[in-house]
Design a protein around this ligand. Structure first.
Ligand SMILES: *[C@@H]1O[C@H](CO)[C@@H](O)[C@H](O)[C@H]1NC(C)=O
Ligand SMILES: *[C@@H]1O[C@H](CO)[C@@H](O)[C@H](O)[C@H]1NC(C)=O
Length: 192
C-alpha cells in the first residue's frame, strides 16, 4: 500500500505541473519571452507548428524578436515571398505547357498568374494594415490571399470536365502557401 501511495504521489506532481503549463499557455500570452522561446511559444498557437518553426527560423532576425508584432510581420513577409516565388515558378511552367500545346493547362496557369499577383497585393496591403494596428483588416486580406491560391488550385480540378485533364503542378506549393498564411493569421490573432 505504501508503495502504491508513493506511486500516486509521484503522479500527482507531474499532473499539477502539467496543469500549470497548460494554464500558463492559455492565460499568459507569450509577450515576455524572447528569441527562440518566443518563436516556439508563438508557433504553439498555430495549426501548422513545424512549418511555423522552420519558416520563422529561416529568418535570422526572428530569433531576436522580442515582440509578437515583429513575428507577425515576418510571417506576412514569408507568405509574400513564397507567393512571389510561386508566381515566377508559374512563369517558368507557362512556356512548357504552350509547347505541349495544352491550351487548358496554359489557361489554368494564366489564371494562377493572376491569382498569385492578387495574393501578393493582398499580402502587401496586409503588412500595411498590420502597421496601422488594424488586425481585422489583416485577417480579411490574408484570407483573401488564401482564397486566391485556392482558386488557382481549383482551376485544375475544373479541368476534369474538359477532355484534356492534367493534375495541378502547383498542389504542393498551394498547400504550403496556405499553411504559411494560416500561421500568419493565427499569429496576428494573438495580437488582438
Ligand atoms: C519585411 O519585409 C520588408 C520588405 O522586404 C522589410 O523591409 C522588413 O524589414 C521585413 N520585416 C521584418 C520584420 O523582417
Ligand atoms: C520545361 O521544359 C524544359 C525542357 O523540357 C525542362 O528542362 C524544364 O525543367 C521544364 N520546366 C519546368 C518548370 O518544368
Amino acid at each position: 500500500m505504501a508503495s502504491r501511495e508513493a506511486f500516486n504521489q509521484c503522479l500527482v506532481l507531474p499532473i499539477l505541473l502539467l496543469n500549470c503549463f497548460v494554464l500558463l499557455g492559455q492565460c499568459g500570452r507569450p509577450h515576455n519571452t524572447e528569441g527562440e522561446d518566443l518563436v516556439t511559444e508563438t508557433c504553439k498557437h498555430t495549426l501548422h507548428f513545424q512549418v511555423c518553426i522552420s519558416s520563422l527560423r529561416s529568418v535570422p532576425s526572428s530569433s531576436k524578436a522580442s515582440d509578437l508584432k515583429v513575428l507577425a510581420e515576418i510571417a506576412l513577409n514569408l507568405s509574400t515571398a513564397y507567393a512571389a516565388d510561386t508566381l515566377s515558378y508559374v512563369h517558368e511552367l507557362q512556356p512548357n505547357s504552350s509547347a505541349a500545346n495544352n491550351i487548358y493547362v496554359s489557361r489554368c496557369l494564366r489564371d494562377c498568374e493572376e491569382e498569385f499577383s492578387e495574393a501578393i497585393e493582398n499580402l502587401q496591403d496586409s503588412k500595411q494594415a498590420l502597421g496601422n494596428g488594424d488586425c481585422d483588416q489583416v485577417d480579411t486580406l490574408v484570407s483573401a490571399a488564401m482564397s486566391d491560391a485556392q482558386t488557382c488550385e481549383d482551376g485544375f480540378k475544373d479541368m476534369k470536365n474538359e477532355d484534356s485533364y492534367s493534375t495541378s503542378p502547383l498542389t504542393e506549393r498551394n498547400r504550403y502557401f496556405s499553411e504559411l498564411c494560416s500561421n500568419a493569421l493565427a499569429i496576428t490573432k494573438l495580437l488582438v
